[in-house]
Design a protein around this ligand. Structure first.
Ligand code: HEC
Length: 115
């Protein structure tokens, strides 16, 4: 319901500014990358949030996961392999349980998004 209320004025505004408005290419560029990850993974992780994904992403690409090696290509391993790898790597990186959970959800969301 909230979404409807938020989008209605935008729709009216765009309609008022037609015919020159070309929303498709311009609006896509400003879409939060997390939105697509949330859409891909919300059935799997009903409690998923942008904060959680940001936390996982920053640990993965800029935090403890790049202390020993460059960030690995997520698609190189399937979910089962990742589960074992992350159990091992989370220990190497001294991640707390919530940090490990954030990295796990980020990885799986990326995999689900690509599917
Ligand atoms: C204390 C050092 C260290 C940290 C921190 C670390 N790794 Fe690793 N990781 C290694 C080593 C050593 C290897 C094996 C050599 C290689 O593949 O680079 C490895 C391998 C991997 C592999 C390849 C596994 C395979 O089967 O080939 C992945 C994926 C990976 N790490 C992900 C991560 C992630 C995600 C994190 C953060 C949670 C992380 N690593 C943190 C040391 C570390």
């Amino acid at each position: 319901m909230k979404h409807l209320i938020l989008f209605l004025p935008v729709g009216l505004f765009l309609a008022a500014c037609s015919p020159k408005a070309t929303p498709s290419s311009t609006t896509k560029a400003v879409v939060d990358p997390n939105e697509s990850l949330i859409r891909a993974s919300k059935d799997r992780f009903p409690d998923i949030t942008a904060d959680k994904l940001n936390q996982g992403r920053s640990i993965y690409y800029g935090g403890a996961c790049v202390n020993c090696h460059a960030a690995k290509n997520i698609s190189n391993w399937d979910e089962e392999q990742w589960s074992k790898i992350l159990d091992n790597m989370a220990k190497q990186a001294n991640l707390t349980q919530p940090e490990k959970d954030a990295v796990w959800k980020f990885i799986i969301a990326v995999k689900l998004e690509v599917k």
